[in-house]
Design a protein around this ligand. Structure first.
Ligand code: AMP
Length: 461
């Protein structure tokens, strides 16, 4: 506790930290807390899991007066992150009797209006906060601290204008803290416009690259689900997250894993907030051990014990890949990332490796059993796209050039710039998995055209 005390943290928060068995501050906490407590504006580049919530909230907790109205506002990109941050702040402020309220869409607005009457700290997603501003059910006139959490993600999600409107609705005399995994030009522009001589900080990543083992399997699109089930059965795991690019694929994977008796649950933007919260609870409590999700769940969430991240699809945006893999190898634990790369992922995967400057070993595709999978989603669009039969069984050896850098595990390079040596391109995937049939009994087959253009997802996440 001495180390926290030396940063200037007061007794009431120290006591709360002691209850949570925090022993020493993380790097971002060491760097940011003294600045935050002395009222500086701060731009911190820090990843999920770095301990940033305490770093940005200690000052606003110290300052807040339980007898006054809203004095601090934290903006987050997603509903789940709003919940998580509000919960963390409540836990740090438990000896100060502050009312912390989270505001997000997808749930009824009336209970939020009631809670706002007593709130000192508000954690909100931009859309719902603007709703409250338009209805005049929130007064930001007393805000002394404004935090933009995961600012880059908010911008990526198209909230830039909303964030600017909210910044304008807050008093000019305030402290502004901006936390973001990456600091883009856009963010710098916003900071120049709305922050006062911000101090820039760059902190450690709690994801340890030496603990993170990343591999990929190069398979036919139609074999992806079979390989996934095979690997899930083979690998000894704690919690597993399986990422997919779209709601339709997320439902497809979840439904089919459940049909096979696996305890898979889904989270994506098409589910009600109540359902998303329930699913998160199931996963946090390990009553379900496989979470299939779109990128809504990728950012900011701190889920303990995720040992494996699967990319069932590779994201079009290389930054999303980094956020996905950041769910594992946290807090000193090992983690494995398994990329199931079908033909439809080639372009995205190549871009991920090149822009993130990564090498990655290609794993030899094991023999696996053909598993019947059914597309039971209600989206005709999904059916049309996902149901297209495979066109290509072999790919051009020139399709993948090794990437230039040396991040990740070393060893002989593969077509994707990784170890284990180049795959034998003369072997068809059918030979690589001799137990596989042609899949006549399946009702779903992924399409496999290799595009020369970056693939953009046509579905919503
Ligand atoms: P955050 O980046 O704020 O989401 O924090 C990630 C996780 O680290 C949360 O579970 C926190 O409770 C935990 N945490 C934050 N700071 C510390 C610390 N100094 N010591 C131990 N755990 C911490």
């Amino acid at each position: 506790m001495e180390a926290f005390k030396n940063l200037g943290i007061s007794e009431s928060i120290l006591k709360a930290l002691q209850d949570q068995k925090f022993e020493k501050p993380t790097l971002i906490q060491q760097q940011a807390i003294p600045l935050v407590l002395t009222g500086h504006d701060v731009i911190a580049s820090s990843s999920t899991g770095s301990g940033k919530t305490l770093a940005f909230s200690c000052g606003l907790i110290e300052q807040a007066d339980g007898k006054r109205g809203i004095q601090a506002l934290i903006l987050t990109p997603t509903r789940e992150l709003a919940e998580q941050v509000a919960k963390a702040i409540s836990s740090f402020a438990k000896y100060k009797r502050l009312a912390v309220v989270s505001l997000y869409g997808g749930v009824s607005i009336s209970p939020q209006i009631d809670l706002l009457r007593r709130a000192q700290v508000v954690v909100a997603t931009p859309g719902r906060l603007l709703d409250h501003l338009e209805r005049r059910t929130i007064d930001l006139g007393g805000v002394k601290t404004l935090v933009l959490d995961e600012a880059d993600r908010m911008f990526d999600m198209g909230f830039r204008d909303d964030v600017e409107l909210i910044l304008k609705a807050c008093p000019k005399e305030r402290q502004t803290l901006l936390f973001s995994a990456t600091i883009s030009e856009d963010i710098v522009g916003l900071a120049q416009k709305y922050m006062k001589e911000p101090v820039e900080l760059e902190a450690e990543k709690r994801v340890d690259p030496t603990k993170l083992h990343q591999v990929y399997y190069d398979v036919q699109d139609r074999d992806k689900f079979s390989l996934l089930t095979h690997l899930l059965a083979q690998e000894k795991e704690g919690l597993v997250m399986i990422f997919s690019n779209t709601r339709q694929w997320t439902d497809f994977v979840t439904d089919n894993l459940r049909r096979l008796g696996m305890d898979a649950i889904a989270i994506h933007g098409g589910l009600s907030q109540q359902k998303r919260n329930n699913m998160m609870k199931l996963f946090h409590s390990k009553r379900a051990t496989i979470l299939v999700c779109t990128d809504v769940a990728a950012r900011g969430l701190d889920i303990k014990g995720v040992t494996h991240v699967y990319n069932y699809d590779l994201p079009a945006d290389p930054k999303e890949y980094v956020h996905r893999i950041g769910r594992t190898a946290r807090a000193g634990n090992d983690g494995k990332v398994i990329n199931i790369v079908g033909s439809r992922d080639h372009e995205n995967f190549r871009r991920i490796l090149s822009l993130n400057k990564m090498n990655m070993p290609c794993e030899k595709t094991p023999a696996f059993e053909k598993v019947r999978s059914v597309f039971s989603g209600d989206s005709e669009r999904g059916r049309r796209d996902g149901g297209r039969p495979s066109q290509h069984t072999q790919r051009s050896p020139r399709a993948f050039e090794p990437s230039a850098s040396s991040f990740g595990r070393s060893g002989p390079r593969s077509r994707f710039g990784g170890s284990r040596g180049p795959r034998d391109l003369s072997r068809t995937p059918r030979e690589a998995s001799p137990s596989e049939g042609r899949g006549g009994e399946r009702t779903f087959r992924g399409h496999s055209s290799v595009s020369s253009q970056p693939r953009r997802d046509s579905y919503r996440r």
